[in-house]
Design a protein around this ligand. Structure first.
Ligand SMILES: Nc1ncnc2c1ncn2[C@@H]1O[C@H](COP(=O)(O)OP(=O)(O)OP(=O)(O)O)[C@@H](O)[C@H]1O
Length: 363
């Protein structure tokens, strides 16, 4: 069997950048080609840095990247080039002066469309910690791998976790102090309030400030042309959910829950909220459905099993699938490379979910 693109990308993901993330999570790999011949595979790729300044930092890592690919069984030769995309930044470019967290501007009329964005899907849950952010990041990556132009907005303003899960920690630029340039990771255009805050800085805002911040993240970020924008909501049924559903034309919402009764109780409240706000519910996902012991293979249903499917049937809503609880999913999220970006068996469930949404015209 030949050398696959996935194997090469996985090897390149092992090359860490000094400022955080790696060559793949920072979306620097271009023009990857693998030519198989009798003597083995010749692999070529370009490391494209966003600016000449970053290229100077990344260039010394090229030998390490080549060595990582050369170590893959079946690779005979590796050729890489480091280039910079775009002109050199002006010296001492002003730091974004954009102030996130202002009062919302008055709004008239019903929910608005966002220019350039074809579909918007909100991903919510009733209870916290059920895996809504994990599902959002993995689904975004799985959709991008299937060729969709995907954006991911971390609207979990009190506990933004997407920067860590997607492996980005650069502060987004804002050359004019108004428009925020989103970052790219694993083929996904992303933005999170977490990228604008210092580590460990808490957000202590009242409702209007939160709504203002959400409005800024939706309208001041240069999202570009997207097939779908996924919005990772905070848990519960608060200001963010209300503002989003009332102001923005959503394609629909997906609700994530574990099968545990206490999670289901809260998930039903989230569903009720979406129904009351007339946001179509695209379906329910059961996360942490079963746990398969990596040592002995024994399956345990830690949080129960099947409760989300039963609720979907009872409410006549689509059941979008079950996702297992595995160590690999947690580790992948913590390392900044969602499991859906890898060849691990767990990636398959996200690929199926992405395929289902694309086939249904939802993504
Ligand atoms: N299927 C899974 N297998 C293993 N670990 C998982 C899985 N889903 C989520 N986790 C882990 O559970 C924790 C909580 O997940 P996550 O942050 O995605 O939940 P959340 O619902 O977004 O939480 P919050 O309420 O904080 O927004 C994380 O450490 C994550 O890595």
């Amino acid at each position: 069997m030949g050398v696959s693109q996935r194997e090469v990308m996985a090897a390149l993901a092992s090359v860490k950048l000094p400022e955080g993330g790696d060559l793949v999570s920072q979306d620097m790999i271009r023009a990857l080609s693998i030519d198989e011949s009798a003597g083995g595979a010749s692999v070529r790729f370009v490391i494209e840095a966003p600016t000449p300044e970053v290229a100077r930092i990344v260039a010394p890592l090229q030998p390490q990247a080549e060595a990582a690919v050369r170590a893959i069984a079946g690779v005979a030769s590796v050729q890489a080039v480091t280039t910079a995309h775009g002109p050199a930044a002006k010296p001492a470019a002003p730091a974004p002066s954009l102030k996130i967290g202002q009062h919302p501007t008055p709004h008239q009329g019903g929910p608005q469309k966002l220019a350039g964005i074809d579909r918007i899907i909100a991903i919510g849950s009733g209870k916290g910690g059920v895996g809504k952010s994990t599902v959002s990041s993995n689904l975004a990556v799985a959709l991008a791998r299937q060729g969709r132009r995907v954006g991911l907005l971390d609207a979990d303003i009190y506990g933004p976790s997407q920067p860590r899960m997607m492996g980005v920690n650069r502060r987004p630029g804002s050359p004019d102090g108004k428009i925020i340039e989103p970052l790219t990771a694993h083929g996904v255009t992303m933005m999170s309030l977490g990228l604008m805050l210092k580590d460990d800085e808490a957000v202590i805002w009242r409702g209007p400030m939160i709504m203002g911040a959400l409005q800024q993240l939706l309208t001041q970020v240069a999202w570009g042309q997207l097939d779908v924008l996924l919005i990772d909501l905070p848990p519960g049924t608060g200001d963010i959910q209300l503002t989003l559903c009332q102001r923005t034309q959503l394609t629909g919402a997906i609700v994530v829950s574990t099968p545990q009764d206490v999670a289901l109780l809260d998930a039903r409240k989230a569903l009720d909220m979406f129904l009351k706000l007339k946001t179509p519910v695209l379906g329910l996902i059961e996360n942490m459905s079963t746990f398969c012991c990596p040592n002995c293979g024994h399956e345990t249903q830690i949080f129960g099993h099947g409760g989300v499917r039963a609720d979907a049937e009872r409410l006549d809503l689509p059941f979008l699938g079950e996702l297992p609880l595995t160590l690999a999913v947690r580790q992948a999220g913590d390392s900044g490379t969602p499991i859906a970006a890898t060849d691990a068996p767990e990636a398959e469930a996200y690929a199926r979910l992405a395929h289902r949404l694309i086939a249904g015209g939802m993504a």
